[in-house]
Design a protein around this ligand. Sequence first.
Ligand code: UTP
Length: 290
Amino acid sequence: MKIKKAVLPVAGFGTRFLPATKAIPKEMLTIIDKPLIEYAVEEAISAGAEEIIFITSYTKPAIKNYFSRVPELEKQLKSTGKIELLEKIQPKIFENVKFTYINQKEQKGLGHAILLAEEAVGSDAFSVLLPDDLFISTPSCLEQIRDSYSQNLQPTIAVNRIDKNNIHKYGVVDLGGNQLNKTNTAVISNIIEKPHASVAPSDIAVAGRYIFNPTIFECIKKVEADNSGEIQITDAIKLLTKIENVQVKIFDGEKYDCGSKDGYLEATIAVAMKDPYYSNKIKKIITGKL
Ligand code: UTP
């Protein structure tokens, strides 16, 4: 099964990464030489995306520029025989993919950003990927939740286990007595945004990959803004659990929260350590033997 439309909300201010994010969208920060957003686009395509819908902000033109062709550069790379770089700036997997940009005028939260994609999404299931969460796995995290979704067409959210000390940073799910099946999937009864560890309903937290049916839009419309004026997707999912079975899947693989400096640093080191050239360099730097 293909999930043909993918929504990538990228309109946030990225305040945890200031001052860099004053001019560089956090989704354009690179892990070695590839921006975070490209990892997410590749993941969306791995699950069958034919259209990538960016919810972006006019203050972040770099994202649209990045997915546009640059004829002068292509010509220069061709004439100098740098064919491998040509493939890097215009990957073959992007060839039949449509890129759509929707402006979020005011940063009214993730739920609000996703709602702006309603018309572009239409009547089919769609994925949501938060590019600042970087997943490293084969099959990709989105493919894994797509496989769970395709079993029963129930909205599916990627989750992972989080230790008590960090649980207050995440949306945490309540399985309400339901058991995880052998594919590590279960229907949830509720979801709580950033609970204190003492009241967290589980140690299972939402990661930044979702597959929804268009019913989620009706739920987002019913959500009121929270104290900070944001419409949270967690509140919409809470409402969704009352009208559809919502399931979570504990994915297999690594996840890095690249919206935080710690997570970004970890991701950079983890990706570098998978490459023999860079891992040798890093080991030498650490041991002072450069
Ligand atoms: P985050 O809260 O992680 O992103 O939102 P942020 O607000 O950019 O970062 P900080 O907390 O200030 O450092 C999760 C995702 O939702 C998007 C963000 O771009 C990010 O991908 N988002 C958030 C929107 O598109 N619009 C919003 O109004 C809020």
